[in-house]
Design a protein around this ligand. Structure first.
Ligand SMILES: [Zn+2]
Length: 343
């Protein structure tokens, strides 16, 4: 067994002898970035300066360039790794596998020459995350790590979303609020459902969307909200869908029809949360049952839950041991962190 698998007090997931995932760690020469959300980019500038290599998928690199500025990777030791491909360093072989979360997201497997295998899920939604590899020690995300975080409704959420948008478009513009990555998923859902009205958005969301389009997502034509056409669509309340980051939700007047897309809803797939405002329960994370199922499928001898990025790592560790009989521990051993999860 590889002994040194742990999560540091600064949130670095340490795998094998060489790898630190999702935060800088001075003891590890390799930094892995599993995806482009802010709570997985901890200490990235330092890693780019001090690590021998910084590994990520091509899509993750392009998303970070938009979010952090294109100069962040100037003369840096980036190694782009494709899904299913390996990178060898000393005694460790690092392999990425697709995680269904946001564009470019990866699960990470580290093997050494003794055949010891340690893995980190990164953030993921079980459906579409494949393959799930067997491993000796598994580090698992714990966003919905409590048994109270279960989505028991069977409704087709994408159908609900599409019909809500289509209905309201007859009266004019529709605002959709969400986080980076999820907004682009919603755009794709709408385009695939043949919603062809203009999609209007501020520059950063448009740049992220262009990266997603380059990597094969079907988002159609996109309009900048500050362009003449974008301003006209919004000012004249013409049929269009306007996409904004969740943190802009309060700055759009109550007379506008708003849809917020969030995973933090477990009772109803769609509910009214205010005058002219609905919440759609679409998540890019597994719920509690999905986390437990992933662990069962990877068949580890030991599990470590990420207690740095959320506050449910300890509960999840106890539930894993109780339900699956696998020793599990939450790391770091602290109760609660408040992190701004996204940019
Ligand atoms: Zn994430």
């Amino acid at each position: 067994m590889i002994s040194d698998v742990r999560i540091s007090d600064r949130g670095a997931i340490l795998l094998g002898k060489s790898v630190a995932c999702d935060a800088y760690d001075e003891t590890r020469p390799l930094r892995v970035v599993t995806h482009a959300h802010a709570d997985h980019l901890v200490g990235l500038r330092r890693s780019l300066k001090e690590c021998n290599k910084v590994l990520m998928t091509k899509a993750t690199k392009e998303l970070i360039e938009v979010l952090k500025g294109y100069s962040i990777f100037d003369s840096s030791p980036i190694e782009k790794v494709d899904y299913g491909k390996s990178f060898a360093y000393d005694d460790d072989t690092i392999t990425f596998f697709k995680a269904n979360h946001i564009l470019g997201a990866a699960q990470v497997l580290v093997e050494n020459s003794n055949g010891d295998r340690v893995a980190y899920t990164g953030d993921f939604r079980l459906e579409g995350t494949s393959p799930i590899e067997d491993c000796d020690t598994l580090v698992v995300e714990a966003t919905y790590g409590s048994p109270s975080f279960r989505r028991s409704f069977d409704s087709d959420i994408t159908e609900l979303l599409v019909s809500l948008v289509e209905k309201r478009l007859r009266k004019g513009k529709v605002y959709v609020f969400g986080y980076y990555g999820k907004l682009q998923e919603i755009m794709q859902i709408l385009r695939c459902a043949h919603v062809y009205v203009p999609f209007v958005m501020p520059e950063r969301i448009l740049r992220i969307s262009e990266v997603c389009k380059r990597h094969g997502m079907n988002l159609g034509d996109l309009t900048l909200s500050s362009d003449e056409q974008g301003r006209e669509l919004l000012d004249k309340n013409l049929p269009c869908v306007a996409f904004y980051h969740m943190n802009k939700r309060k700055s759009i007047g109550v007379s506008n029809f708003k849809i917020c897309v969030s995973g933090w809803e477990f009772q109803l797939p769609c509910k009214k949360i205010g005058y002219n405002e609905h919440l759609i329960a679409l998540s890019d994370h597994s719920d509690f049952d999905g986390l437990v199922e992933y662990i069962r499928l990877s068949n580890p001898k030991k599990v470590i839950t990420d207690n740095y990025r959320v506050r449910h790592g300890s509960i999840l560790a106890k539930e894993i041991t109780r339900r699956l009989g696998i020793p599990a521990e939450a790391m770091p051993n602290r109760d609660c962190y408040t992190l701004e999860k996204f940019f």
